[in-house]
Design a protein around this ligand. Structure first.
Ligand code: PGA
Length: 254
């Protein structure tokens, strides 16, 4: 069996100025640093990346952006490119459901962003997940398979090996209603890994880390991480609370 190092990322979304972000990080940095055996990533808003980068340098903790544009530069008002992020951060969240729902990201543009992220040496955290309506209509497999395959168009097995996937059912994000550990595990092990195995090898499908995201807290993290196919979490609300986030990361250590 492949051993996958768990990865827990904090998605701070549109919260915290650069000054506030530095203070928030300060409140958890030494404890996060002390946790071994878990890849840790902080994803603040763009404006806080430059403030956090020197504080995280040499800490072993990754720094991630929350999206990026696929072009390197040009007339794209308001956008930030992978070329700009390169050297500043290590990771980038792509295709988060909020980006898909409110800012027009699609499977096709997630795919373009993914190619650009890899070109610039950023580790992509690719988000997939079904809405409540899709879930209730029994369309989860169809939706996550389409999102996975759409995101990965044109990626070689070698490129795909560098990905992290986050399974985030939209109905569980920010609602306080996390998926059941078994339910999330079934989607990851029964739909997401099989989609990867169809595109690439079985070995690759088993080696890629797949996080769960959606109302992860210190109270439910251990049970989620005990599932065989869940390799950590993408944490929103709880990542803004230092003791809560540290406890979630610690729970991933196993
Ligand atoms: P949540 O958000 O933990 O607040 O549910 C997760 C996410 O959107 O990544």
């Amino acid at each position: 069996m492949t051993t996958r190092v768990p990865i827990v990322a904090g998605n701070w979304k549109m919260n915290k100025s650069a000054v506030e972000a530095a203070a928030l990080l300060e409140g958890m940095l030494s404890e996060l640093k002390a946790i071994t055996g878990v890849e840790r990533v902080i994803c603040p808003p763009f404006v806080a990346l430059a403030a956090l980068a020197p504080r995280l340098a040499g800490s072993g903790i990754g720094l991630g952006a929350q999206t990026m544009h696929w072009e390197d530069s040009g007339a794209f008002t308001g956008e930030v490119s992978g070329l700009m992020l390169k050297g500043l951060c290590s990771h980038v969240i792509l295709g988060h459901s909020e980006r898909r729902a409110y800012f027009g990201e699609t499977d096709e543009t997630v795919n373009r962003r993914l190619h650009a992220a890899l070109k610039h040496g950023l580790v992509p955290i690719v988000c997939v997940g079904e809405t409540l309506a899709e879930n209730e209509a029994g369309r989860t497999a169809e939706v996550v398979t389409r999102q996975m395959k759409g995101a990965l168009v044109g990626l070689t097995e070698e490129q795909a090996a560098g990905l992290v996937v986050a399974y985030e059912p939209v109905w569980a994000i920010g609602t306080g209603k996390a998926a059941t550990p078994g339910g999330a595990n079934d989607v990851i092990g029964g739909m997401i890994r099989p989609a990867l195995a169809e595109l690439y090898s079985r070995a690759l499908a088993q080696s890629i880390r797949v996080q769960y995201g959606g109302s992860v807290t210190a109270a439910n993290a251990a049970e989620l991480f005990a599932q065989p196919d869940i390799d950590g979490a993408l944490v929103g609300g709880a990542s803004l609370k230092p003791s809560e986030f540290v406890a979630i990361v610690a729970a991933a250590r196993g």
